[in-house]
Design a protein around this ligand. Sequence first.
Ligand SMILES: [Zn+2]
Length: 322
Amino acid sequence: MAIKVKTGLESYVDQPRFHFDIYAILEGSQELYFGHETQVNVNLVEKVTVQRHNGEEIEKCYISPTKRRGVERRVLIWAPKANGFLGDAYDCGIPHTCSQAECPICRVFGGLITSAIDVETDDGGTKKRPATTMIGRLTHGGGVAIQPLDPEEKQRAMHPSMLRQQGEETPMPFKREYNEPGLLYPVYNHCLSMTESEFSSVVYAFFGSLARLGAGNPKGVKILDAPLISDNAEPWIVVDRYLAPVGKRPVVSPSITEVEKAKAEFKNAAFSIGGQVQTPAGELTRGNFHRYVGDRAIAKLTDDLERFESEVLNHVDAQADN
Ligand SMILES: [Zn+2]
């Protein structure tokens, strides 16, 4: 038998492929809880220890890329599709991914069926799913807060549903740590060899996840708004579309603890291509490399959102409101 040497990714469209990167600085709009572990009635948030360049060790709050990935995937599963949900349209969920090449979720996030399984169908029957692996082409990075602010511990009453489950008469209070509001989290999404259509799934998931990051309530982050190209405030986001990675990556070193220093590092990289400092602008190009910055990046991503809406979420009866 001949060996397989191809990537194995089925392709339905003859469209050009590019690498895409999203670099953004997110701001916690309120306190946030990113569950990590519970110790003697205290729910702790996830933290990372960072060794600074001067050898000093500090702890920082963290939005883990794994958590962001999970929230993003759920945003797609629960996206409205033909008065139902996108995940249901492909029988695609978590942890049971459909791993079909035509699924707009698995196509980019990847899928895994470890051994052949039977899946329930809408008509009450079953269908077979063979064991398969779909390589994800979207990876997540960053998430370490810029400021080294310790989480705040707060007293919380127990949720009524938990009371019922445990048959307790009196509320059992517990403590929970929260990431303080206003923390800044640089985050990065990288896409390997995608068509514009495939990238539109990534964009929809990225924007949809912003309001939903965090465990329990409250939730939500926004893209930092501050002067970037000019003195006018605009979103701190950079989007690259390229074949070869010639742009300097706007990644903030976790060793940095001062906001102004972090912003300077992000900005310097955003306006550096091929080792050359560029005049700050919303759109920078060198050959096949395109970089979109700030409001211009939002405009480019909005085109992708609309593409996703028309190509994937079509037939939504939003007008009828029923
Ligand atoms: Zn799927």
